[in-house]
Design a protein around this ligand. Sequence first.
Ligand SMILES: [Zn+2]
Ligand SMILES: [Zn+2]
Length: 343
Amino acid sequence: MTGIPPTRELTPAGYDGSSPFPRPATPARAGTTPVTLTAATVIAPFLALGAGIWLAWGVDVSLTDLLLAVVFYVVTGLGVTVGFHRLLTHRSFTARPWLRAVLAVAGSMSFQGNLIDWVAVHRRHHAFTDRPGDPHSPYRYGTGLGGRLRGLAHAHLGWLFSSEPTSATTYAPDLLRNDPAMLRISRAYPAFCAASLLLPFAVGWAISGSLYGGLTAFIWAGLIRIALLQHVTWSVNSLCHMIGERPHKARRHDRSTDLWPLALLSFGESWHNGHHSEPSCARHGRGGRQIDPSAALISLFERLNWASDVHWQPPDVLGHHRTVAGKHTLRTSTPRQGGTERR
Ligand SMILES: [Zn+2]
Ligand SMILES: [Zn+2]
């Protein structure tokens, strides 16, 4: 199987860690169709948040809707964090083929793009973290306050409409050329999006026995659940490179942070500085206090003999990279320079 592509790529000469990233001489324009599709998958769930609040105002929110929303959030969220991220992007463990497929399908129901593109974009993010070439760095427009605010919007959502596509051939050749199961699941992404909306509707209809029950389940466990997970995932790209603590050494210019308030909702992904310091480690949280549900699930898979070759670094190795923690905010954050080069 083709290895993960090399990520130690050169920072363009002259980048000083604080200036806006240089723009391409001839910027490409994004096509109308991709922009429209992206807008639909981003805006529709978000609008549903408003609809949901309106429905909940004066109307009983059904327990069924909420439970369904939690179940779909957990399944699709772990599909992204354990499947897309730790298994397929970083190969933090090896999963049995059926489990690999289940995780890939679950992640594909999260409305975050097809799995091969997701993996390619994320590997590129690790290759160029917070320097020119990073697809979603909040430092794209420089490190002044105005640039950071604009960069935060770009890192959270704006990059989805970017005209700088990431080459799957370059960043995910292992999946593209040598993994037919993942390629099939990636190509079937639109079908999984449809299933992600239709399943809550069908289950809500079946349980409540009414079309109205199906509709409210569609809104809460479909659209609203999708919107919440999207914004939590995107917050790891935006907030977790801007606000929080940086106790671990990472690569030059890397400003990833640990942000505890998002730990549970992101299934442990917001221990992002820990992740950037050891990207192939199956556990992002460090020590007993940094809750990491994704790592707990991988550990369960290992005990069930469904996962093997799990990259668990011993605690002393993890602790070796721990340094004095520092608070970083919009005003004060600076990267820890000169850290060990890690992928
Ligand atoms: Zn990151
Ligand atoms: Zn990663």
